[in-house]
Every structure is written in structure tokens, then in C-alpha cells.
Design a protein around this ligand. Structure first.
Ligand code: ZN
Length: 150
């Protein structure tokens, strides 16, 4: 019998056991730390964004539960090659998928849809969205305006 929930779980277990893009990034890069005190999930997200506002590379490090790790792993995979604008749109869709009663349009969500089941466990939603909130923190850093004179 095909069990969708079991499939979801397999993807989460797989990404937790072997997280993709799980490493620090050499400079120059943009990064931010995320922390979910409810569960104790901690991560640092690293992005390399080029002059055309395309995310060339994405990686993360940290320690967290299976859902937070799988979410960061899936997110860093899907971000590569994406424009900053599209990443922000994807954040909104992902957030909506986990917090809204109405399901958003899931096209372009790819494997992220495996996390839709987390919605049934409200206490774990913050685990799944941690990497994404950290992403927004990186994208909203106006570091291009910070110029060191030293
Ligand atoms: Zn967690």
C-alpha cells in the first residue's frame, strides 16, 4: 500500500542522516545564525549571492532535530541558482504551506512539499521554518551598503 506519510518520513530521515550542503563556506559569503528555543535547533546559514542577485551557493551547519536539519538540507538544495526575489517568494509559499489553513499553489515547491505534513504538528512548525527565517535574515542584511574602510 502506498503510504504518502511514510514517503514524507523517508525523505526527512534521509536528509537528516545525510544532510546536503552541510559545511561552512569560504569567504566571501553572507551568513546568519538561527535558533529555535522551543526545540533547541541551532544553525548557521551561508549564502553566496552574485552581482546579479542570484544565489550561487547555499550551505549550512548546526545541530538540530530531524525536521530542522531536513528542512535546511532541502532548502539549501533548492536555493542554488535561484534569484533573491524568487527565494523570497518561495519563503512566503513555504511559510504559508505550514501556517495557513489554505494550501498555497505548490508548483515549483519540488521536494519541499514533503514538509507539508509538519503542519499537523504545530509544535514542530518552528523546526521546519527555522532555516527559512534565517534565510530571510541573510537576504535582508543590507551588507552591500556596509563598506569597511580599514
Ligand atoms: Zn526541532
Amino acid at each position: 500500500m502506498f503510504d504518502l506519510r511514510e514517503l514524507y518520513q523517508q525523505v526527512i530521515v534521509d536528509h537528516n542522516r545525510e544532510p546536503r550542503n552541510f559545511h561552512e563556506m569560504e569567504q566571501p559569503c553572507q551568513c546568519a545564525d538561527g535558533f529555535n528555543p522551543l526545540c533547541g535547533d541551532k544553525l548557521t546559514l551561508f549564502l553566496k549571492i552574485n552581482a546579479d542577485n542570484i544565489i550561487e551557493k547555499a550551505s549550512f551547519q548546526g545541530r538540530g532535530c530531524a525536521i530542522s536539519t531536513a528542512s535546511a538540507s532541502l532548502m539549501t538544495d533548492i536555493l542554488k541558482g535561484m534569484s533573491v526575489d524568487n527565494a523570497k517568494i518561495l519563503f512566503n509559499k513555504f511559510h504559508k504551506m505550514l501556517t495557513d489553513d489554505a494550501m498555497p499553489d505548490m508548483t515549483d515547491m519540488d521536494k519541499l512539499t514533503v514538509l507539508a505534513g509538519v503542519k499537523e504538528f504545530p509544535a514542530r512548525v518552528k523546526c521546519a521554518t527555522l532555516a527559512w527565517h534565517t534565510l530571510m535574515a541573510v537576504l535582508e542584511q543590507k551588507i552591500d551598503t556596509v563598506v569597511s574602510t580599514e
